[in-house]
Write a protein that binds this ligand. Structure first.
Ligand SMILES: *Cc1c(COP(=O)(O)O)cnc(C)c1O
Length: 394
């Protein structure tokens, strides 16, 4: 059976009523026949049937044993970080998601955990960064916003040889394109806020483990710390996942067209998209994933914040907003939005120059998206030229 068919039919029909849509068990507690004698559920923080359906679904999608749903992507990352003890070290991808950077450096560092950031596109650099205290390797691939790709299989081998865990933040690819556990990773985390939810209408996080034992440890933290996903939001993520494969295919197709359009445009300098043959990690992206994703980043020939601001305020279909992975196309200016807390020098060195713009390609017809980009680029050129002329002292 093909993955899509299997996915759609693995969402169970309600055994009680035959409801074809998963019921939302909006309840805090469950009545017991005698103390400790129940129907498998006692309290919704510990377990809830709607959430359990989502947890089983994501475990299956990622090819893992245990799925666990949290109230946000960061709560999911936080649960994984709780596996660490004072003195332990993390080796992490250098252009890590800003929220994960803040969590590791401003929360876990206080508890005695050390974080070592490296360019994980080179597995040798990962290998060289490992010390006897390294317990966790943290990857994001593709990264945000320059879409660098790391070789999951090669780094999984390094993790195994050095007895540390490999966790992959699979938010940008989604399991429709990439299944890190099948490439040797131990843990996958998701911000389900993005492609899994898919409609920009909720905040949610998921963790999947390859082994049951590790999953049980994380499930303990889910219940002990309490950052669970509510029944209704669990239902929304299930509903999003039902169309994941279809949506992601279209996101990828349109993103490839947008990337190729931008590449030939005279106002555009660099285009970052793993599906372009000249992307430095194109080969490994092709090897480990079924598609190149729905995010495209680019810089302008006029590499300054004024030009970028003119562009992001002149698109019409592309809405100016943080986040990604929904049906509506979004545009963001990394230097002043997602990456504003990173010092300018460090940010620029990572390729996030002053004009870098990130697009989340939605499900609109791609011809309309190209037209919107064309008109915004034209306007940017005129606006920036006029301001430059006005600035000349007379
Ligand atoms: C958005 C995001 C997160 C954080 O998820 P929230 O749901 O916003 O808490 C983590 N990792 C990546 C790659 C993200 O894009």
């Amino acid at each position: 059976m093909q993955a899509t068919t299997q996915l759609i039919h693995s969402i169970p029909v309600d055994p009680l009523t035959g409801a074809i849509s998963v019921p939302i068990y909006q309840t805090s507690t469950f009545v017991q026949d005698a103390p400790g004698v129940n129907k498998g559920y006692d309290y919704s923080r510990t377990n809830n049937p709607t959430r359990a359906t989502l947890e089983n679904l994501i475990a299956q999608l990622e090819g893992g044993q245990v799925g666990i749903a949290f109230s946000s992507g960061l709560a999911a990352i936080d649960a994984v970080a709780k596996l660490l003890r004072p003195g332990d070290e993390i080796v992490a991808v250098d252009d890590i998601y800003g929220g994960a950077y803040r969590l590791f450096t401003q929360v876990y560092q206080q508890f005695g955990v050390t974080i070592n950031f490296v360019d994980t596109t080179d597995p040798e650099k990962v290998f060289n960064a490992i010390t006897p205290n390294t317990k966790l390797i943290w990857l994001e691939t593709p990264t945000n916003p320059t879409l660098k790709i790391s070789d999951i299989e090669a780094i999984a081998q390094i993790a195994k040889a050095n007895r540390c865990l490999l966790c992959v933040d699979n938010t940008f690819a989604s399991p429709a394109l990439q299944q890190p556990l099948l490439l040797g990773a131990d843990i996958v985390v998701h911000s389900a806020t993005k492609y899994l939810g898919g409609h920009s209408d909720l905040i949610a996080g998921l963790v999947v483990t390859k082994e049951k034992e590790l999953g049980d440890k994380l499930k303990f933290y889910q219940n002990a710390c309490g950052a669970i996903l509510a029944p209704f939001d669990s239902w929304l993520v299930i509903r999003g996942i039902e169309t994941l494969h279809l949506r992601v295919q279209q996101h990828c197709r349109s993103a490839q067209e947008v990337a190729e359009f931008l590449q030939q445009h005279p106002a555009v300098d660099k285009v970052y998209y793993p599906g372009l043959k000249d992307h430095p990690n194109h080969a490994i992206a092709k090897k480990q994933s079924k598609g190149f994703g729905g995010i495209v980043s680019f810089t302008l020939k006029q590499d300054n914040a004024a030009a970028a601001t003119a562009f992001v305020t002149n698109t019409q279909l592309f809405k100016l907003a943080e986040s990604l992975g929904g049906i509506k196309s979004l545009v963001s200016h990394s230097a002043s939005m997602t990456h504003k807390t990173i010092p300018a020098e460090k940010r620029r060195a990572a390729g996030v120059t002053d004009s870098l713009i990130r697009l989340s390609i939605g499900l609109e017809d791609v011809s309309d998206l190209l037209q919107d980009l064309q008109q915004a680029l034209e306007k940017t050129n005129t606006i920036v030229k006029t301001t430059a002329n006005e600035a000349v002292p007379c």
